[in-house]
Design a protein around this ligand. Structure first.
Ligand SMILES: *Cc1c(COP(=O)(O)O)cnc(C)c1O
Length: 486
């Protein structure tokens, strides 16, 4: 611990100090005795900090300065698409008509909200090239699970109960095998070739009558587009399986290529990544799932559809897998994504992809002279470096990540994907300027030089943060140390 410790709000507390003013009560006070069952009544006053409004303001402002977010600095966290969240999205999500609707309101009184959801579905159908979309899933992994349940329902409706296996390449996002397991399938891993793509020979060996589906992350977590994507789809389809497209990283192909055109049966998107929902720290997400026509009957219900001029919730769906989320998904995030799509327009969305890919390739080439580049070819929206050269000097990728904190950067994703030694996975996103990319590259290059000339400074980093190097496991398992009165 450094000694710039900030006091806890309880330590700032002074008995009798208040931060609010309320008018005198003008109704009689009611005794709660007898109104609530005994066991629910509080026996002691709650222990609350007693502080002024200014104390509170300064306390939380100071805390916020210690945090790192997209609004405060560059956040190149691979696979997470930490791009700028336009503030217009927030304004629109706060419109009274959106923020104050109640999920149990009658359909006739929320036509505007339903129209927005319906329109968003239409945009996502166009963007993905699928036939129908559900907005219910609350996150990417939830979309994966939903998609797999749809595939299971499809096979079972065909009387096909032997398809128990889901094939997942080793370059897939970690949620893919987890979702397959939770959906009750057995996961079969296929290896990548030396150039980071799915090994087709290996794939042919594991495909069979028990294959329910293949889940493909494209571009994969190495930032590479699967060059044999049509052939991969054919191999699975010929065996009677379905192909699932993990479209969380749509930033890389948006408006350029569509999973539906590539022959995929199911796709999920992460509206909180590509479509600018603020995320990180566990905020609400949205993981819509798009399907081809033969899977539509199984979609979660209700379906939002249009009858004449009216938007309706359809519940009469006998083959539906049921609800996967109360109400209609995370409405506020869907409003933000809709605002983003409408304010960008088709040309804007095309530019997203072009700049996301350009930015990643620019950084990759600048850094390739200083760090090992395991896959020396064009990347999509992100790329991986290997810190194995630095490791030989006694500096690990973890040390490099910690050293970046000294310069105010959120570190990239590290040690993932697992098939790259000392992996560093960088995703700059399209919303960053060339100046920001250059400044970050300059620091990465400086750290590579430090590793050669003065490794201790990297090994002992961070030096300028409020707390020094934390025990990673304890920090993850016990993020909050309880306040104890001394
Ligand atoms: C982020 C991500 C996911 C998981 O999305 P969540 O919303 O975090 O559940 C799945 N696949 C890929 C490729 C991702 O980048």
């Amino acid at each position: 611990m450094h000694n710039q410790d900030q006091k806890l709000i309880f330590e700032l507390s002074t008995t009798g100090r208040i931060g609010y003013s309320l008018p005198e009560m003008d109704v009689p006070e009611i005794a709660l005795d007898g109104l609530l069952p005994e066991g629910y009544l509080r026996l002691e006053e709650p222990e609350l900090p007693e502080v002024s409004e200014l104390d509170i303001m300064r306390h939380y402002t100071a805390l916020s300065r210690r945090n790192h977010g997209v609004d405060s600095g560059f956040y190149p966290l691979g696979s997470c698409t930490m791009k700028y969240n336009p503030k217009i999205n927030e304004n629109v999500a706060r419109f009274n008509g959106f923020a104050h609707v109640h999920p149990l309101q009658d359909e006739s009184s929320v036509q505007g909200a339903l129209e927005l959801l319906y329109d968003l579905q239409q945009h996502l159908i166009e963007i993905t090239g699928m036939d129908e979309v559900t907005l219910q899933p609350a996150a990417g992994a939830h979309g994966e699970w939903t998609g797999l349940m749809l595939i299971r329902a499809y096979h079972e409706a065909n009387g096909d109960f032997k398809r128990t296996k889901v094939i997942v390449p080793d370059s897939a996002h970690g949620t893919n095998p987890a979702s397959a397991t939770i959906a009750g399938f057995e996961t079969i891993t296929v290896k990548s070739t030396e150039d980071g793509l799915v090994d087709l020979d290996d794939l042919r060996k594991v495909v069979g009558e028990d294959t329910a589906a293949l889940m493909l992350t494209n571009p994969n977590t190495l930032g590479l587009f699967e060059e044999h994507i049509l052939e991969i789809g054919d191999i699975i389809h010929e065996a009677g399986g379905k192909v699932y497209y993990d479209g969380a990283n749509l930033n890389a192909v948006l408006s350029k290529a569509r999973p539906g055109d590539m022959g995929f049966d199911v796709v999920h998107l992460n509206l909180h990544k590509t479509f600018t929902g603020p995320h990180g720290g566990g905020g609400p997400g949205s993981g819509p799932v798009g399907v081809k026509a033969d899977l539509i009957p199984f979609l979660p219900k209700p379906i939002i559809s249009k009858r004449g001029e009216e938007y309706v919730l359809e519940y009469d769906r006998p083959q539906s897998i049921g609800r996967v989320k109360p109400y209609y998904g995370n409405f506020g995030i869907n409003v933000r994504a809709y605002t983003y799509i409408r304010s960008m327009g088709p040309d804007g969305l095309k530019a997203v992809t072009e700049y996301a890919v350009l930015n990643a390739n620019y950084m990759m080439r600048r850094l390739a002279a200083y760090y090992d580049l395991p896959f020396d070819k064009h990347c999509k929206h992100e790329f991986v470096l290997s810190g194995r050269r630095q490791k030989k000097l006694g500096v690990r990728t973890l040390d490099i990540a910690k050293r970046l904190l000294d310069f105010g950067y959120h570190p990239p994703t590290i040690y993932f994907p697992l098939n790259v030694e000392e992996c560093i996975m960088i995703e700059p996103t399209e919303t960053e300027s060339k100046e920001t990319l250059d400044a970050f590259c300059d620091i990465m290059i400086q750290i590579a030089k430090e590793a050669e000339e003065n490794p201790e400074i990297v090994q002992e980093a961070p030096h300028t943060t409020v707390v020094g190097r934390l025990d990673e496991t304890t920090a993850a398992r016990k993020p909050v140390l309880r306040y104890q009165k001394i």
